[in-house]
Write a protein that binds this ligand. Structure first.
Ligand SMILES: *[C@@H]1O[C@H](CO)[C@@H](O)[C@H](O)[C@H]1NC(C)=O
Ligand SMILES: *[C@@H]1O[C@H](CO)[C@@H](O)[C@H](O)[C@H]1NC(C)=O
Ligand SMILES: *[C@@H]1O[C@H](CO)[C@@H](O)[C@H](O)[C@H]1NC(C)=O
Length: 435
């Protein structure tokens, strides 16, 4: 897969620039939480867009890029003018790399090639990469590094040098509408993840959380400042690694409080997937139980709506999820290793209202996309919850949350002057600071 790449970039064999050193000396609050957090406004929705992204500034002078947030992969990459042999339509011009290439001796290079071994014949060689995604294509390029100006919630700006992919060849599956973004923000647990790099530089804790609103948009948090102090359901990350993914162990599927009889379902959390995918057995059980439940209610199969494979219509078009909330019951994943721990999915976490006013099932058949036995929980099922991936304590948590609202905003307001960052990724804080 990693064929040797011809050097299409003029080579300046500069030694990898020294990655900046920040001692963020963890300013602790009374509750013992670090205050070194960074918050991003999230844009996008499950339907009709099919993706969520954050605006990240990169380079010097910084330029904004839209990156699809993905807790299912490690490597961050941008479409890159190296030159670009195959760039997809995107909101911004491809990133122009400076001379800071990551060499193939860098441990990060080995980590993006894992589990294959890296053939590094000359220590000065550039580091090529190729990432392939379960549902949306691939990116091929070189690892580079550049400055990422980031603003803490207290207004202070840091500019760590971070490594990421300069992608000059992107492919998408013919049947897919690619997300209209400039690249991917890799938030997985591997060494190349932005989160892990920020943590190693002492910029933030190795904790990331997202809050995606069913109405669209939301927030992304680095660090643990925004972790609610109560009401969070925690589950240990499973030590059995499934390809370096956020794996929660196995669960049993319930619909409307009744067991489906399917258990031992391996559960992964992946914000890079728009919809949720169940393994064949769980998918079949879910459809059977939902159909049984709606018998006798004013709701019918809508075969003409091709938005998603399974849709239902009412006696008149549905305007919002509110119109179907009392027709559909909650789905629950009950985790085997932690008694009484369940991940509940209310109708807004598994249905969308299509443009025809039908309710369509946002849980898909994983067998059809080659996922086999894993159950991939995607964006739709994270709606209206804060989902916390705590790599410090090796646990994943969730709590109901109004994701249209930025929690705990007070601390930011005192720093008016410092909030005025040009092209800040903190549009929302910006608004508060300007007020
Ligand atoms: C803001 O927080 C960072 C990280 O904790 C710290 O280094 C910086 O000194 C703080 N800035 C202010 C103005 O308090
Ligand atoms: C799920 O997909 C598999 C593979 O395409 C297919 O054999 C199976 O019938 C599907 N299950 C349902 C319930 O549609
Ligand atoms: C969520 O917060 C927004 C913004 O403050 C508010 O308009 C909305 O009513 C809230 N929604 C709920 C369900 O509380």
């Amino acid at each position: 897969m990693h064929s040797s790449i011809s050097f299409i970039i003029p080579l300046f064999y500069l030694l990898t620039a020294f990655r900046g050193c920040y001692s963020a000396a963890n300013h602790l609050t009374a509750a013992g939480k670090s205050t070194s957090s960074i918050v991003f406004q999230v844009n996008g929705n499950v339907y009709p867009k099919g993706y969520y992204y954050v605006i990240v500034n990169i380079g010097n002078p910084p330029k904004p890029y839209w990156l699809d947030l993905d807790t299912g992969s490690d490597l961050t990459w941008l479409q890159c003018d190296a030159p670009c042999t195959k760039c997809l339509p995107a909101p911004h011009k491809p990133y122009k790399p400076n001379k800071d290439f990551v060499t193939c001796m860098d441990p990060l290079c080995a980590s993006v090639h894992w589990p294959e071994t890296l053939d590094c014949s000359s220590p000065k060689d550039q580091c090529d990469y190729e990432v392939q995604y379960a549902d949306h294509g691939s990116s091929l390029g070189l690892l580079v590094e550049d400055s990422f100006p980031l603003q803490y919630t207290n207004g202070t700006v840091v500019k760590p040098l971070l490594a990421f992919g300069c992608g000059y060849n992107q492919e998408v599956h013919a049947s897919m509408d690619p997300p209209y973004t400039d690249g991917v923000l890799g938030l997985g647990l591997g060494k190349a993840s932005i989160l892990r790099q920020l943590n190693e530089l002492g910029v933030t804790k190795n904790v990331v959380a997202h809050c995606l609103s069913a109405q669209g948009d939301g927030h992304l948090f680095f660090g643990d400042e925004f972790v609610p102090s109560s009401g969070v359901t925690w589950i240990p990350m499973s030590t059995t690694k499934i390809e370096n993914h956020y794996y929660l162990g196995t669960a049993e599927l319930y619909v409307g409080g009744e067991t489906s009889g399917t258990k031992g379902l391996p559960i992964l959390f992946d914000s890079g997937s728009t919809y949720t995918y169940f393994s064949e057995e769980a998918y079949k059980a879910l459809i059977t139980m939902l159909i049984n439940d709606i018998k006798g209610k004013q709701i019918y199969n809508a075969n003409e709506d091709k938005s998603l494979p399974v849709c239902w219509k009412g006696s008149k078009p549905f305007k919002s999820i509110q119109d179907v909330k009392n027709l559909f019951k909650p789905i629950m994943l009950s985790f085997a290793k932690s008694k009484n721990v369940g991940f509940q999915m209310d109708p807004e976490a598994y249905l969308i209202i299509s443009k025809y006013g039908n309710a369509c099932l946002g849980v898909l058949n994983g067998s059809e996309v080659g996922l086999e036995s894993v159950n991939l929980i995607g964006d739709i099922s994270f709606h209206d919850k804060i989902i916390i991936y705590d790599n410090e304590k090796q646990q994943i948590g969730w709590a109901p949350s109004n994701c249209s609202k930025l929690p705990n905003i007070n601390r930011v307001q005192n720093h008016g002057g410092r909030c005025k960052l040009d092209g800040s990724n903190l549009d929302i804080l910006q608004a508060y600071c300007d007020a």
